[in-house]
Design a protein. Structure first.
Length: 159
């Protein structure tokens, strides 16, 4: 059996782009998180959701500010991907399950970020933060793979 791309108007292409950009932004977020942890900068900003100077960035809290901004962006992208999957008539159960799990993990992860700060980087919470980050990445990766398959439909070989 051979495959051909469907018309981009069916929304499959939009899901592909959304899922792929989510994965790239999420990967960068995990990279930044790893840097914060390894550099011992986890408590430079002791408050949540905003740092003491408010919404604008400052040199003092820059890396934490970037981590939170990219986390918020990731959250929006993950939720948007899920909504796009539910709105697409060609989307199957698998992509709906992975995008829904990704959404559940991203909300948990952002909430957990607050606890990580409140409980002064308790080792168990930091480990769970990393663990959920990996689960989240796995779901976003699967969603991306399914999205790329979604944009192809089987056609007859001699068509
Ligand atoms: C989608 C959301 C998020 C993801 C995927 C994510 C991912 C990560 C990862 C992978 C690390 C490195 C962990 C390690 O190396 O052990 C990390 C560290 C950290 N994250 Fe997040 N994070 C997210 C949201 C947040 C939020 C909203 C906050 C707080 C407001 C936060 C606070 C922290 C802190 C303080 C650290 C450093 C922990 C330490 O010093 O050991 N994270 N994050």
């Amino acid at each position: 059996m051979t495959y051909s791309r469907t018309d981009s108007r069916d929304g499959g292409l939009a899901i592909q782009y959304l899922a792929l950009s989510t994965m790239i932004v999420l990967y960068s977020l995990m990279f930044i998180g790893g840097y914060i942890s390894a550099a011992g900068l986890g408590l430079t900003c002791p408050e949540w959701p905003l740092c003491p100077n408010g919404i604008m960035p400052s040199e003092e809290y820059l890396i934490e500010w970037v981590h939170r901004l990219v986390a918020a962006t990731t959250g929006v992208l993950v939720l948007a991907t899920m909504v796009a999957c539910y709105m697409n008539k060609n989307a199957g159960a698998r992509i709906k399950v992975t995008s829904s799990l990704a959404s559940a993990f991203v909300v948990t992860q952002i909430t957990l970020g607050a606890l990580v700060i409140d409980l002064k980087l308790h080792a168990v919470l930091v480990a769970i933060h990393l663990g959920i980050g990996i689960l989240l990445f796995s779901m976003v990766l699967l969603t991306t793979l399914f999205a790329f398959r979604l944009s192809k439909v089987p056609v007859k070989a001699d068509a």
